[in-house]
Design a protein. Sequence first.
Length: 155
Amino acid sequence: MSIVDGTDSAGDRDALHDEVCLRLEAQGRRFTSNHRLVIDVLADAGQPLTIPQILPRTPGVPQSSVYRTLTVLEEAGAVSRLVVGSNHAHFELSEHLGRHHHHLVCRSCGTVTDIDFTPETEAIIESALADVAGRRRFRVDEHQIDAIGFCADCA
């Protein structure tokens, strides 16, 4: 179930913070102001961000603290790291906190753009994955498609 679905309200943001707090507490950690700030930056971004893109949105927070915060949030399952061959990893809210989506990744500039498929297309993908996984006695918990190519600026 998604906590943030692109239509942010105070209640949605509170629910997001509560869920992240629970995930951190389960690991014996506190939900700090830096955690809250980075979660808000990622929730507001609408696309995966690199650390150089996150830093200007977290004024007054040292770069080393942003790195540590992202690591802690990733370990708690609140943030996902996307490494797609660019110079920088990209970070976004975990799918469990955000929404199910896929990515377009530019091989040249490294831009990562979120994309959504129609429910019908998602059903076809899930059916195909279930078929392949079933034949290999594999259980699929979730899926993500990263289409790698060149954006309009780099093509």
